[in-house]
Each structure stands twice: as structure tokens, then as C-alpha cells.
Design a protein around this ligand. Structure first.
Ligand code: HXC
Length: 258
């Protein structure tokens, strides 16, 4: 599939997916979301891809869902077509790790897209927000759910009710992002993190992603049991034998994803 609203580059086991609607600050429309979900499915089946990085422009990761596209839609239409449901399901379904590299605005659906990724690395220019309240609506793809789990009720309520933006420093302090770097270093930092992940055994990597995500769905006792059983199951892999042998032999592990 040839894409018009995103650019996908696969190099050295990393898929860099650039959101590319600069005139609309990467606002998420049907086409962008469907191209993004197609690209994510492609990354899942492409053996060359071991980690995915989603990035926007310097000014905006994404300034939200496309307001022009939504303006005249009726309740019947958005409900019947399940606006943004199937595409966002496809984005979170990918089992390989996804890093959001956020510079500038990550607002509304843009903030929610970043939160669908496994972790967020932000530039010091990043601004996160759920300003949908100013449009007479509310967040619809995670802004009241993932944000609350990430930063807690007080800040999630504050952001969703007032529509205020959170800068990178506050986002890091609140646990929304894992690292903040100077704007010029954002790409290097995100690619560096992706390269580190790409060196690991893909089996452990996918198991970690699954287990951490389960923590959002399960009570602690069940989550701990799930984690322990997956940990046990990794002893069936050659990579576990290789990883532990390499440590004891004081050499680099050569993982083979089996
Ligand atoms: C459509 C958008 C857009 C959006 C920006 N643009 N955000 N178009 N949908 N979400 C367009 C502008 O119309 C403008 O087009 C161009 O991008 C540049 O934006 P400006 O506003 O001129 O830039 P600036 O003055 O620098 O302000 C930047 C901004 C502002 C603060 C980010 O653009 C803004 O507030 N955007 C909307 C943010 C928002 O409310 N997001 C939530 C959307 S609702 P022209 O053609 O004039 O140059 C949402 C729902 C999610 O996300 C729920 C999903 C179910």
C-alpha cells in the first residue's frame, strides 16, 4: 500500500513511521489512521522490523483528530461507523514495541495516539493536552482512561476538564513520558532506544510488552501470576540458555529469537 499521510522507513531493524500532514499539524483523519493501522500490521509481519518509532514534525506530533473531518458528523454516523475504533484497535494490536517520539503538540487524539504507544520519549518542546472540552466534546480514544492510569486522577481531571496543556517537564514528572531530551536530540534518543530493544530476543521483548499491558487489565494477583508463568515459559527458549550462558562466559549474547 502506498501511503500519502505517513512515511515508513525500515532500516537496521527499526521502522520509523513519520506522521506527514504538515499543513494540518498531523491532525488524524480517516486516511492517516487507516494508513497507520495498515503500516503497523505490516511491521508486525515484516521479520526485518524489531521495533517501531512513531514521530511527527518538530512543531507537532499530532494536534488531534481532524476537526474539519468531524465537524458535520452526526451521532448516528460516528456511532455506526465506530469512529476511530477499528483503526486504534489495530494500532494497539501490534505485538512489537512502539515508541512515540514527541516534539511540539500532542493534543487530543495526538496525545492519545502517543499513549497507545509503549512509551513516550519527549523533546523539551513537547506539549500534551486533551483540549476536546473546548470543542464541546471529550476525549474518545484514551484521554480519560490511559491518561488517568499514567498521571493519576487529579491531573487527568485537570487536563480533561480545563483543556490545559502539560509541558515536557511536567509530563516527565507525572509519569506520562519516560525521558525528555533537547529537541535536536529527539530522533537520536528514540532511535537509540529502539536499537537497544532490537538487540534483545524478540520473544522476551514481546513477552514484556504483553505482561506490562496486562497490568492495566488485571488485578495484581492475577497479573503477578501471568507474569510468573510467562517468565517460566521463557525457559523453553534457546535465547534463555544463550543469554544466561553469555553472562557467565562474560561475552555478548547472540539472540536468535527462538
Ligand atoms: C484540523 C487542524 C487541527 C486539528 C491544527 N489544524 N489542528 N486541523 N484538526 N486538530 C490546522 C489549523 O486549522 C491550521 O490550518 C494549521 O493546522 C495550523 O494550525 P494553527 O492553529 O494555525 O497553528 P497555531 O496557531 O500554531 O496553533 C497550534 C495549535 C492549534 C495550538 C495546536 O492548531 C490548535 O489548538 N489545534 C487544535 C487542537 C485540538 O483542539 N485538538 C483536539 C482535536 S479533537 P490552516 O488551514 O488554517 O493553516 C480530538 C478528538 C479526539 O482530537 C477523540 C477521538 C475520538
Amino acid at each position: 500500500m502506498a501511503y500519502e499521510t505517513i512515511i515508513v522507513d525500515v532500516e537496521d531493524h527499526i521502522a520509523k513511521v513519520t506522521l506527514n500532514r504538515p499543513d494540518a499539524l498531523n491532525a488524524l483523519n480517516d486516511q492517516l489512521l487507516s494508513e497507520l493501522s495498515d503500516a503497523m500490521a505490516g511491521c508486525q509481519t515484516n521479520d526485518k522490523v524489531r521495533c517501531i518509532v512513531i514521530i511527527g514534525s518538530e512543531k507537532a506530533f499530532a494536534a488531534g483528530a481532524d476537526i474539519a473531518m468531524m465537524k458535520d458528523k452526526s451521532f448516528t454516523e460516528v456511532f455506526t461507523e465506530d469512529l476511530f475504533g477499528p483503526e486504534t484497535d489495530a494500532i494497539v494490536r501490534v505485538r512489537k514495541p512502539v515508541i512515540a517520539a514527541v516534539s511540539g503538540y500532542a493534543l487530543g487524539g495526538g496525545c492519545e495516539l502517543a499513549m497507545m504507544c509503549d512509551f513516550i520519549i519527549a523533546s523539551d518542546t513537547a506539549k500534551f493536552g486533551q483540549p476536546e472540552i473546548n470543542l464541546g466534546v471529550m476525549a474518545g480514544i484514551g484521554g480519560t482512561q490511559r491518561l488517568t492510569r499514567a498521571v493519576g486522577k487529579a491531573k487527568a481531571m485537570d487536563m480533561n476538564l480545563t483543556g490545559r496543556f502539560m509541558d515536557a517537564e511536567e509530563a516527565e514528572r507525572s509519569g506520562l513520558v519516560s525521558r525528555v531530551v533537547p529537541a535536536k536530540k529527539l530522533m537520536d534518543e528514540a532511535m537509540g532506544a529502539a536499537e537497544k530493544i532490537a538487540e534483545k530476543s524478540m520473544i522476551s521483548v514481546m513477552a514484556v510488552k504483553e505482561a506490562v499491558n496486562r497490568s492495566f487489565e488485571m488485578p495484581l494477583r492475577e497479573g503477578l501470576l501471568f507474569e510468573r508463568r510467562v517468565f517460566h515459559s521463557l525457559f523453553a527458549t534457546e535465547d534463555q540458555k544463550e543469554g544466561m550462558a553469555a553472562f557467565l562466559e562474560k561475552r555478548e549474547a547472540q539472540f536468535r529469537d527462538r
